[in-house]
Ligand binder design. Sequence first.
Ligand code: ADP
Ligand code: 5GP
Length: 252
Amino acid sequence: MRDCALSGPLYHQENTLAGILFIISAPSGSGKSTLVNQLRSLVTNLEFSVSYTTRAPRGSEQQDREYHYTSPARFQEMIDRGEFLEWASVFGNYYGTACRSLTDAQAAGKDLLLDIDVQGAAQVQEKIKDAVSIFVLPPTPEELQMRLRNRSVAEGSLDEEEIARRLAKARGEIEAYRRYRYILVNDKLDYAVESLKAIVIAERARRDGAPQDPETARMMQLADKCRQANATDRLEPVLASFGLVDMHAARA
Ligand code: ADP
Ligand code: 5GP
């Protein structure tokens, strides 16, 4: 299998991008798409990668807007041609990020946000060391179940089996939170959106190294609270509600 050639003029040095690559992951139904959609209207110069998937469009989703919907055979051809930065099988379907998303964003001088699962995130983190990773958590399993059900009803396709599969998978996915730089608990939507925006602004400001105006300083403080090491108070009740003991915190 060939792979994206991660070198050349778009890169400062091997495995380091000129722009910022943000990765956001969450158990399905946590509200990640809702957060990302709101972020779109709040920050400029951030491209949102449209993934390829073999799953069918849901509800009001449109070809080339939410995803590039494709057949398993075409997806396999793209794998064989080394056209993916990462790809994974999620809930029985294939999902992948085209290398093209990255090179296009770099050529346009924009930062890029990838909304991908924990398997894909691990692949990207391996290849691009300075990617900024964000993990979104639902407050409790009960709330997650309710969100999955509400979304399903809103899309006119209540599929209890699919909801059960996604819920069952959530616990395992949540354990991957340790590999992410930032943690967002999506209980109050407005606060979670503000925190996500703060992370983008803070990471940009950190790299620019420019003097901070008061608003940027406020954003940097908010982002700092979401750093994994500083988010223990928010994280622990969520882990407990999913029956997960935070071994890192227990050892500390
Ligand atoms: P994901 O992209 O993580 O699978 P969605 O963004 O589709 O999740 O959200 C799942 C459902 O939860 C949607 O119906 C959405 O409106 C709802 N939702 C998202 N965030 C919140 C929140 N903070 N409080 C209550 N409901 C939310
Ligand atoms: P959904 O079917 O609900 O849109 O997405 C299911 C899961 O697939 C989500 O966790 C989403 O982040 C993930 N996903 C979407 N696009 C990609 C991708 O390109 N690569 C990987 N690895 N996961 C993706």
